[in-house]
Design a protein around this ligand. Structure first.
Ligand SMILES: Nc1nc2c(c(=O)[nH]1)N[C@H]1C(S)=C(S)[C@@H](COP(=O)(O)O)O[C@H]1N2
Ligand SMILES: [Mo]
Length: 496
């Protein structure tokens, strides 16, 4: 068989480049929200193996700090969209990854259906010494000979094989190992990568590997002869029209740059519209993941993290401080909305209800994790007590912290979040009253906070004052289903 280089390879190669660049830039945006890498899921401050930030915070700091203080604002040239937009960065990442995986699947199917796999998949271990020899030749400024009857030299074939069949699946696997829903249901899957922080670190190293490959790959294409190489990359068949190939190729590259400039500008200029537009594809994906799994976490007490980060400053003002000082004696949890028997419960009444406890891992959307023991009332027990009406589809948690006062940054309103009702029925969805064997500390949500273990942290409302059952949370706040969705453009489903 004579070597061939079909047009579909050229087209899928272009799409791959297009999607990978979007993935890399949006991935860096996600990294900027927690610009530290760890190998351990306790991720204690100061124990990171890599930090892309000058700021440091100590576990023993006398001043309260929160994980949002650790976030960095990166330049839109590097990150998509840049400037502290984790919510939209994730939208871009989860939109693109679906098309990237699809491109890869089409490629792999065609590779095997057409016999092209012979050029990519080594069938003998001799590829290893042959590749070493080829690299040696490059180092002596000589071009290694192609494998007889094939389009690539041995080192090239091995590198392409590793990128397609090892690196790309590795990025998908480590990416999936960061989903709180998946990890809550299959904790063993996370352990394969050394936990969520291990997966994060490996995912980042995978990005570095893609970057290094791209640099060497482009350099060697140039070394091997640009017009010929460019023609193959753009048009497939070698020896065809060089001028056309160069014209088309440059148009394609300029097109990619223009696309990036436009979507970055659009994302920064029209944040809500970007959230909604990308949400059309991303929300069903996130919702499906949130729906599929139930948390089955069972960590041991000795897994409890020495330090548990905080996100969200406690409510300010004399009212909350006074309540905290007298142990929340006058506290009432109001439960109402679409229910048959609205109630208002004191802390003692909550403690008399059914109790449940769990040692579980918290996943903040920014990327940090921590294990703690939480106990309190299963939300299901509250649902049963008030008799939720059939029209109710969501449960909304209202909090006592006015974010305009506690956080600022141009954001405002009391914190709230909504959950679809099915998550309220999970055994590990609880209204926590205790943390690590003592009463809930103020920073972690005293007197009552939500735990829902398949979701990201922003769903777990702290300092709860009221629970409301509704048919549609769109009438609350700015209508996106939660304070972080309203004000920070996070997705409404929080399973990944
Ligand atoms: N009321 C309120 N609840 C909140 C927040 C907040 O800002 N206000 N932050 C959320 C986020 S983003 C996370 S990660 C968790 C953090 O919980 P912790 O501070 O107990 O670690 O609380 C969530 N609940
Ligand atoms: Mo968070």
């Amino acid at each position: 068989m004579t070597p061939f280089y079909p047009l579909w390879v050229a087209i899928l190669h272009f799409l791959n480049l297009f999607f990978l660049l979007l993935l890399a830039r949006s991935g860096l945006e996600v990294l900027s929200a927690f610009p530290k890498l760890y190998w351990h899921d306790g991720c204690p401050p100061g124990r990171e193996w890599a930090r892309f930030s000058k700021k440091t915070f100590g576990a023993d700091s006398r001043r309260t700090w929160t994980s949002l203080d650790e976030e960095e604002s990166w330049n839109p040239v590097v990150a998509l969209p840049g400037r502290k937009n984790l919510g939209l960065g994730r939208h871009w990442h989860f939109l693109t990854v679906q098309f990237w995986i699809l491109t890869g699947l089409v490629y792999v199917v065609l590779v095997f259906a057409t016999g092209y796999w012979r050029y990519l998949v080594p069938t003998s271990w001799s590829i290893v010494p042959d590749s070493i020899r080829a690299v040696g030749e490059y180092l002596q400024f000589r071009l290694p000979k192609k494998i007889p009857g094939q389009p690539f030299e041995p080192a090239q074939k091995l590198a392409y094989f590793l990128v397609v069949f090892v690196l790309a699946p590795f990025q998908i696997a480590t990416g999936a190992a960061m989903s709180p829903s998946l990890l809550a249901r299959f904790p063993w899957y996370g352990r394969l990568f050394g936990g969520k922080q291990g997966a994060r670190s490996l995912h980042f190293l995978g990005l570095c590997a893609f970057g290094a490959f791209t640099v060497v790959h482009v350099f060697l294409v140039v070394v091997h002869g640009l017009p010929e190489g460019f023609t193959k990359i753009v048009l497939g068949t070698p020896g065809s029209n060089h001028a056309l190939a160069v014209g088309l190729g440059i148009t394609g590259l300029v097109g990619i740059v223009v696309f990036h400039v436009v979507v970055t500008w659009f994302s920064l200029r029209y944040r809500r519209r970007t959230q909604r537009l990308l949400g059309v594809v991303v929300d069903p994906f996130e919702r499906a993941v949130s729906r599929s799994f139930r948390s089955r976490q069972r960590f041991r007490r000795r897994d409890i993290s020495a330090y548990h980060r905080i996100n969200g400053y406690p409510p300010t003002g004399p009212e909350y401080e006074r309540a905290a000082a007298d142990g929340f004696a006058d506290y009432r949890l109001v439960v109402g909305g679409l229910v048959e028997r609205p109630v208002s419960l004191s802390l003692d009444e909550l403690r008399e209800m059914e109790q449940a406890g769990q040692v579980v891992k918290h996943h903040c959307i920014q990327g940090w994790t921590a294990v703690a023991e939480w106990s309190g009332v299963p939300l299901r027990a509250v649902v049963e007590r008030v008799g939720v009406a059939p029209e109710a589809k969501f449960v909304v948690f209202h909090a006592m912290d006015d974010k305009g006062l506690t956080e600022g940054e141009g954001r405002y309103g009391f914190f709230y979040e909504s959950l679809p009702l099915h998550l309220a029925a999970h055994a590990q969805t609880i209204l926590a009253l205790d943390m690590n064997g003592g009463p809930l500390p103020v920073e972690h949500g005293a007197p009552v906070r939500l735990r829902v273990e398949t979701q990201l942290g922003y769903k777990m409302v702290k300092w709860i004052t009221a629970i409301e059952f509704v048919d549609d949370p769109g009438d609350i706040g700015l209508g996106m289903g939660g304070w972080r969705e309203d004000q920070m453009y996070y997705a409404n489903a929080a399973g990944i």
